[in-house]
Design a protein. Structure first.
Length: 368
């Protein structure tokens, strides 16, 4: 029986292979591996796609978030609020910038940051809040802005999973700053690690670019202590080819998500919820199943060649890496419930109705 992967990178590559090969040949001939016209063109094209004024390509999504925080001045002694239900990179970026991660719980339906909990966590040391646009839809940034109005607290959007998504018609980073990841499995994925920071603020964009280029924009001029985090030209070739198809790929993901909604309507799972005002891009289609049976259900799906997975099995506060935050089990019940129950089903632009019907039938069978 043919396997159904969690994400089919081969199918995606097949659509851009010829264009990428031509672009790679051009880069190899010109030996313009770092920066150069391909990177400049991608940054311009992605900024336009994302609906913001500026895009700065960097080496990966974690760097993008760290550099955005550092550009805003986050450093030692500064508290940064973020949801407990996220990939550990969100918290890592805060720690790497020198800040102190302050975790809060999430909304039990969307798994996005609980805005009221975030507001309650604000102290005099709070310098930033990082709402995570999880699974492909935006957190309620406008509510955060309203609650934080008048305070010197920045909002840095973690948009690693939401390329092309909007909330109330507003894209990530508009009027502020956002970080994204082009890890291969993302809606817009490179052939390796890559990332970007997007913003409408030219001065912020310049700071990010300076920090990511050893602290200077001219060779051997180093104004601040920076890092080496730049987008490779070869990755820019891949990203440009895929970006031209991203709108149609996101539309295909939305169609697939709607099909899952119909197929799973009679099955005893908790289906994902799209918050009002959101245009979802379905980086992941995540259902909830009984915690006591999740391992059994996942094994049954995998045994039938269905590449289901779990995002994320351990909330940030229960990872050994962040044990120093001193949050035990029960600290963030909604995040912990999600970690114990979520199950990601295969979704990608090229998935077929027949494949999804097979996933639905296998899930129903596994649930008994």
């Amino acid at each position: 029986m043919t396997a159904i992967p969690l994400v089919d990178l081969q199918a995606t590559h097949a659509e851009v292979a010829e264009e990428v090969a031509i672009g790679f040949k051009r880069i190899l001939a010109d030996t313009a591996f770092i920066g150069g016209p391909e990177v400049t063109a991608f940054e311009r094209e992605y900024a336009a796609f994302a609906g913001v004024g500026h895009c700065v390509g960097v080496a990966n999504g974690t760097d993008a978030l760290e550099l955005a925080l550092r550009a805003l001045g986050v450093g030692p002694g500064d508290e940064v609020i973020l949801p407990a239900n996220t990939f550990i990179a969100t918290a890592e970026a805060v720690a790497r910038a020198g800040g102190q991660p302050v975790l809060v719980d999430v909304d039990p339906e969307t798994y996005l940051i609980d805005v009221d909990a975030a507001r309650a966590a604000v102290t005099q040391a709070t310098r930033a809040v990082v709402p995570v646009h999880l699974y492909g839809q935006h957190a309620p940034v406008e509510r955060l802005r309203a609650l934080l109005d008048g305070r010197d607290i920045a909002i840095v959007e973690d948009a690693a999973q939401s390329q092309g998504a909007t909330r109330l018609g507003v894209p990530a980073g508009a009027g502020g700053i956002a970080a994204t990841s082009f890890y291969p499995g993302k809606n817009l994925g490179a052939y390796g690690d890559a990332g970007a920071v997007v913003t409408d603020d030219e001065a912020l964009a310049s700071k990010v670019r300076t920090l990511g280029s050893h602290g200077g924009l001219r060779k051997y001029v180093h104004d601040v202590i920076g890092v080496n985090s730049r987008l490779d030209a070869l990755q820019a070739v891949v990203l440009r080819a895929k970006l031209a198809r991203l709108d149609s790929w996101n539309a295909a993901r939305r169609e697939a998500a709607g099909r899952y909604d119909r197929l799973l309507a009679g099955i005893d799972v908790v289906r994902p919820v799209t918050a009002p005002g959101n245009v979802h891009v379905w980086h992941l289609y995540v259902v909830r199943v009984p915690a006591a049976r999740r391992g059994e259900i996942l094994a049954a799906l995998n045994a039938q060649g269905i590449g289901a997975g779990i995002h994320y099995p351990v909330p940030v506060h229960l990872t050994p890496a962040f044990a120093g935050l001193r949050h035990g089990p029960g600290s963030f019940p909604h995040a912990e419930q999600a970690a114990a129950q979520v199950l990601s089903l295969p979704i990608y632009p090229q998935i077929t109705a027949v494949q999804q019907e097979r996933v639905g039938a296998a899930l129903a069978s596994a649930l008994g």
